[in-house]
Design a protein around this ligand. Structure first.
Ligand SMILES: Nc1ncnc2c1ncn2[C@@H]1O[C@H](COP(=O)(O)OP(=O)(O)O)[C@@H](O)[C@H]1O
Ligand SMILES: [Mg+2]
Length: 240
């Protein structure tokens, strides 16, 4: 009996998104969709528009043209520069952000996040005294307070050492495994190879590629095991 594949509904989508700052075009006609349980990496040189795209998806900035959609508007945002207060404790930060999010029961949201991120033991410590890895957990926990269907992270591992990075990805991978869409930017190609189902390549505000890391490698020929070389070659071939 023929079966029809279930149609996947995008949890976040950008349609022809353009962003201009004065006469500078930071994003030009960018369209893509992301799905439940997917890990999507955004890579590209500095100034490519990665942060601008993520913050538009997060609803922090409005696009100049085009639109973004996220059915249910449950999008969590983890900025590169954490908004956390270093003099407040972990629990105080979570409670403050739970109130700012206007959650109906901030206290239980805080408890849930402490459990979820394994930060119970640190609940009463000043955030400024935590390791970079634990500070990043608090930052991610704040993004998760609204119980998002899609979590957006801007260079989440940039300030972490390899072990902290691995722990962070273990945690984020677990979220994706339970169905959360994860969209993140990174300069770390190892993180793309290990932790991305698909990759978006942005350069000078243009979306040049959407596909799996393996497809990007095959698109440029060369050694399929060397993603970094494939990425650099891809940018060269596109004139960036
Ligand atoms: N608030 C802003 N005002 C003016 N220009 C901006 C602003 N934010 C970003 N830009 C410009 O938009 C482009 C893309 O920036 P950004 O999204 O931060 O890139 P990326 O995160 O890939 O490094 C850059 O040229 C940057 O200078
Ligand atoms: Mg950036």
């Amino acid at each position: 009996m023929p079966t029809t594949a279930p149609t996947r509904q995008a949890t976040v989508a950008a349609r022809a998104v353009t962003k201009r700052f004065g006469d500078r075009t930071a994003l030009r006609d960018v369209s893509f969709e992301a799905y439940s349980g997917e890990l999507l990496a955004i890579i590209g040189p500095n100034g490519a528009g990665k942060t601008t795209l993520l913050s538009i998806l997060a609803g922090i900035q409005a696009p100049t043209g085009g639109e973004v959609s996220s059915p249910g508007r449950k999008v969590g945002w983890v900025p590169q520069q954490p908004a956390i207060y270093s003099k407040l404790s972990v629990a105080e930060n979570l409670r403050l952000f739970a109130r700012l999010e206007k959650l109906s029961d901030p206290d239980s949201a805080v408890e849930r996040m402490l459990d979820h991120t394994d930060l119970h033991e640190r609940a009463n410590e000043e955030v400024g005294r935590l390791s970079a890895g634990n500070q990043q957990r608090v930052n991610v926990a704040i993004g998760l307070l609204c119980e998002p269907t899609a979590l957006l992270l801007d260079e989440p591992s940039a300030s972490l050492d390899p072990r902290q990075r691995e722990r962070l990805w273990g945690f984020i991978g677990g979220l994706a495994g339970r169905g959360t869409t994860v969209v993140y930017s990174t300069h770390n190609v190892v993180e793309v190879e290990r932790y991305a189902d698909r990759v978006l390549v942005l350069a000078d505000g243009e979306l040049l590629f959407v596909g799996t890391p393996g497809e990007l490698g095959r698109a440029v020929g060369g050694d399929p095991r060397d993603f970094e070389a494939a990425f650099v070659r891809f940018l060269d071939l596109c004139g960036h």
